[in-house]
Write a protein that binds this ligand. Structure first.
Ligand code: NAI
Length: 480
């Protein structure tokens, strides 16, 4: 019986291992984490992350062939395959601060694996890591290995939060990279046999280690680039009277382009896109490829511009002052169907509004109050972006009220900002909302979810990203 241990029970480790256990009843899977709080939650009925369909999968396997534990060393020692799915955030200080991936958690996991292992193991990189990380990991493992054979595989995860279970059940592809040696090939086959229990063989791609590591960074960079491309177009649409949804539909019909990931919005967020592009930029710089580094950096700069542009529109359309005005923030997570707020555009937009002295009523169906307060008061890493460099003083949080319904958030507000595309925002009773707001009442739709015409008939002044401007906004051009 194959024993798998996964170090790191977060957004990736938890769902991925739950699905492996579900699809492979003969494999015993144990997820270990140093966070007692997370493991306690996995062992309870209130899982630590919100992901549609996850509860069911976990319920069916937990206690049978899926276990969650804080006894990290014991389970690593017993495993045949060790997945490492720990966090790899952007470095906040030292060499490469603000760009390079911080591999502290990864390295300490590798050292621990080397320390506790008494039998041969396959060590799988599940976390997104810089290309060539496997080489460093191999050195750590073999240096301390007491003659034990370790094979390193790169098996980056392509799931997206909010659709993780479906992405894992029916993946577009599974990517496995390994050494091109007999030992490496054997290890690739062992992992491939696990995925092959539910993934069609033609969807399992086997490559060398470096291609697998780089493909994950490249995939995220290209996905984020599509969003920045359409967001850059949205600014031009507003300036010319074109409608970004029509443009996106028209270009997406081209089979060479395709329709996905072409929705204009207030900007991308999430724990991966920005961090992985920064990391790619850093790797390019380290290899003396400054033109390539600048090319990818621009994807992030457009994303920051888009958030700034959104705030500027709000301020300018409200007579250039939002001081003391109440603004309802609908949605705080970085996208719908997740409670994850890492790098959510809502943080930068709220900070921008708070700097102009607005009062905020924030509502999100999945993000707890405590998390919102933490996100708004935590200084971000120091990179040279105006939005990121500013840390909040706790006083600003007095201007923030977290509420439990969209109706409560919008009561007596001057304006509404929609920052996450939660389905429930599409079916709100906007007449009721309008009646309870200050006038003129504004809607700033950062996700293009509302029916603009209907809202204008009710009496709202509506700004939708990349759409022909409301006559009101035309008279009040924003400084971009
Ligand atoms: P996360 O922060 O949710 O989970 C990481 C977990 O690792 C935490 O619970 C932490 O306590 C644990 N951990 C850290 N050091 C440890 C150690 N030494 N021993 C045991 N546990 C330890 O992070 P998430 O989102 O799951 O991401 C993990 C990796 O997967 C990252 O490299 C990320 O870039 C990548 N990834 C994330 C995706 C996402 O949608 N979140 C998608 C694809 C890849």
């Amino acid at each position: 019986m194959v024993k798998i241990c996964c170090i790191g029970g977060g957004y990736v480790g938890g769902p991925t291992m739950a699905v492996i256990a579900y699809k492979c009843p003969s494999v015993v899977v144990t997820v270990v984490d140093i966070s007692v709080q997370r493991i306690t939650a996995w062992n309870s009925d209130q899982l630590p992350i919100y992901e549609p369909g996850l509860d069911d999968v976990v319920k069916q396997c937990k206690g049978k062939n899926l276990f969650f534990s804080t006894e990290v060393e014991k389970h690593v020692a017993e495993a045949d395959i060790v997945f490492v799915s720990v966090n790899t955030p952007t470095k906040t200080q030292g060499l490469g601060a603000g760009k390079a991936a911080d591999l502290t958690y990864w390295e300490s996991s590798a050292r621990m694996i080397a320390d506790v292992s008494k039998s041969s193991k396959i060590v799988v990189e599940k976390s997104t890591v810089p290309v060539k990380t496997a080489e460093a990991i191999e050195k750590i493992l073999t240096h301390n290995s007491k003659g034990i054979d370790f094979q390193i595989l790169s098996n980056p995860e392509f799931l997206a939060e909010g659709t993780a279970i479906n992405d894992l059940f029916v993946p577009d592809r599974v990517l496995i990279g390994g050494r091109e040696t007999p030992g490496g090939r054997k290890a690739i086959k062992t992992l491939k046999d696990i995925y092959a229990q539910w993934v069609p063989e033609e969807r399992i791609i086997c490559t060398n280690l470096w291609s697998a590591e780089l493909s994950k960074l490249a995939a995220n960079a290209v996905l984020a680039q599509r969003i920045s491309s359409i967001n850059a177009m949205s600014a031009l649409c507003e300036a010319t009277g074109a409608d970004v949804s029509q443009v996106s539909h028209a270009i997406g019909k081209d089979s060479r382009i395709g329709a996905k990931f072409l929705n204009a919005s207030v900007g991308f967020g999430g724990s991966c896109f920005q961090k992985d592009i920064l990391n790619l930029v850093y790797i390019c710089e380290c290899n003396g490829l400054s033109e390539v580094a600048n090319y990818w950096k621009q994807v992030i700069e457009v994303n920051d511009y888009q958030k700034r542009r959104f705030v500027n529109r709000i301020v300018s359309s409200m007579f250039n002052t939002i001081s003391g005005k109440r603004i309802a923030i609908l949605g705080f997570s970085f996208k719908k169907d997740t409670g994850d707020t890492r790098e959510t555009p809502a943080i930068d937009v709220c900070r921008g509004l708070l700097r102009d002295q607005a009062q905020l009523n924030i509502y999100d169906p999945q993000v707890p109050e405590q998390q919102i307060h933490k996100d708004l008061s935590m200084p971000k890493y120091n990179w040279n972006y105006p939005f990121h460099s500013v840390s909040m003083c706790p006083d600003d949080l007095k201007q923030v009220r977290v509420v439990s319904t969209a109706y409560e958030a919008t009561k007596d507000a001057h304006g509404i900002c929609i920052l996450t595309e939660w389905d429930e925002f599409k079916s709100l009773n906007f007449q009721k909302i309008y009646d309870n707001m200050q006038k003129p009442a504004y809607v700033f739709d950062g996700r293009n979810v509302v029916n603009v015409e209907k809202l204008r008939q009710i009496g709202f002044i509506v700004y939708s990203i990349g759409k022909p401007l409301d006559p009101w906004l035309k008279d009040m051009p924003a400084v971009m």
